[in-house]
Design a protein around this ligand. Structure first.
Ligand SMILES: Cc1ncc(COP(=O)(O)O)c(C=O)c1O
Length: 421
């Protein structure tokens, strides 16, 4: 199994990313996530990016879940053993908390993806060691009343900024509000994997991840990145030649991509298994290639393109009785991951949009089983989380897309949406 527990370069568990296959390059779908291009490789180091990364006390980790695990592990001597997690979540957060030795408990998230503060504040008892909040899709959660409540109760407040690690206008690292923050660079940059944490409370002590990942993993990652570059290039003959070589290689020997370790997935769906935590996520350092790509990224251009694409989607996508836009306003500092909506009957519609060329993915489609076990004791909280999980759909607005491409697919969404409502 790969270190990040998923097929290389798939944003694990999130649909719509399968434009790169294990048997070479497939060209037919617009990538739902940003992928690597030639120009990303030969760019100079970017001074503004390096300043942002150096100034803010950022510690690098192998991935976002590794950062959550490290932060919680720093509380391992605490007698408190509960971590509060939003009911609508990425299961990787829960797996990391459990592996660090904590029991997950949940608080409500409403239909607008806002924290149910009443529920959360009522749950801040003496068993709680930490609260994880999520800035869904890059939009900052309201933490105002939480900050003092957590401080007074001696609870670590972790701002999960996995969906977007920086703000624009001016450029700065996100995650300045809690005791610490968590990042996952692959949501914003085409880098395979890579995460980080920002420590705002000096009393938090972390053992910096130092282990190197196995060479086979690094080669696999580089191969994935190379395939992305090739898929984005104009050299059709190179793509065809690569596909031919890959075809021959895979017909002869074992694929470079190992089959997932089935024993580790027992009792969970294959889908959920990609979110599982492995200790290697916590102790392995960020890949060298990710660090290089990060240092060369022009965060200013990326935020401009993402924001312009978001505004285009926001202007064109029409709300109907079956489609609700989640964030109609884009604050000028937010660098969005995607354009999220709630769509009725999503599971019947998403693949139809996908085959019509709309780049999209889902998020939180599978919730951790420990949340679902609360269906009888906290039915409202679980029902609300399931409602979001079943309806959420994320339209891509990443930097490889132009505004005209976004306009074109939004028109497709509208025609489909109006026809089916
Ligand atoms: C809110 C949230 N936190 C943490 C993570 C974990 O990040 P990574 O996949 O880099 O481990 C994710 C992954 O999607 C996420 O959505």
């Amino acid at each position: 199994m790969s270190l990040d527990g998923s097929t290389p370069h798939a944003l694990s568990g999130e649909t719509g990313e399968h434009h790169l296959g294990t048997s070479g390059i497939q060209h037919h779908l617009v990538p739902a996530h940003t992928t690597l291009r030639f120009q990303d490789l030969y760019r100079q180091q970017n001074n503004a990016t390096i300043r942002l990364l150096n100034e803010s006390g950022l510690l690098y980790t192998y991935n976002g879940r590794g950062a959550i695990w490290q932060l919680l592990l720093s509380l391992k001597n605490s007698t408190r053993k509960t971590v509060l997690i939003p009911a609508f979540h990425c299961p990787s957060m829960v797996f990391a908390a459990i592996d660090a030795g904590f029991s997950p408990a949940y608080y409500g998230i409403d239909d607008n993806l806002e924290i149910d503060h009443e529920d959360l504040l009522a749950k801040l008892d003496r068993h709680v060691a930490a609260v994880l909040t999520v800035n869904y899709f890059g939009f900052p959660a309201d933490l105002e009343c939480l900050k003092s409540a957590c401080k007074d109760a001696g609870i670590m407040l972790i701002e999960d900024c996995a969906h977007s690690f920086y703000y624009a206008n001016p450029l700065r690292l996100a995650g300045e509000r809690g005791d610490a923050a968590v990042f996952s660079f692959r949501k914003t940059l085409p880098c395979g994997t890579g995460g980080g944490m920002r420590i705002n409370n000096p009393s938090i002590h972390i053992d910096i991840p130092e282990a190197r990942r196995p060479l086979s993993e690094s080669l696999q990652n580089l191969k994935g990145l190379g395939e992305e570059v090739l898929a984005n290039s104009r050299y059709e003959h190179l793509k065809r030649a690569y596909d031919r070589i890959e075809g021959i290689r895979t017909s002869f020997g074992k694929s470079a991509y190992e089959e997932p370790d089935k024993s580790a997935t027992q009792g969970t769906s294959e889908y959920l298994s990609s979110y599982r935590f492995h200790k290697s996520h916590g102790i392995t350092r960020i890949p060298w290639s990710t660090q290089q790509l990060l240092n060369r990224a022009c965060l200013e251009d990326i935020s401009k393109q993402r924001q312009a694409n978001y505004r285009t989607a926001s202007e064109i996508i029409q709300e109907t009785s079956g489609l609700k836009v989640l964030f109609s306003q884009l604050p000028k500092h937010v660098v969005p991951w995607c354009f999220p909506v709630l769509m009725d009957s999503r599971s019947n519609i998403d693949h139809k949009l996908r085959v019509r060329g709309v780049p999209l993915f889902t998020h939180g489609e599978t919730l951790h089983p420990s949340l679902l076990e609360l269906a009888t004791t906290e039915p409202d909280m679980v029902a609300r989380a399931r409602n979001i999980s079943e309806r959420i759909l994320c339209f891509s607005i990443h930097q490889n897309l132009s505004e005209s491409e976004v306009s074109a697919y939004c028109a497709t969404v509208n025609s489909f949406n109006v026809a089916s409502s």
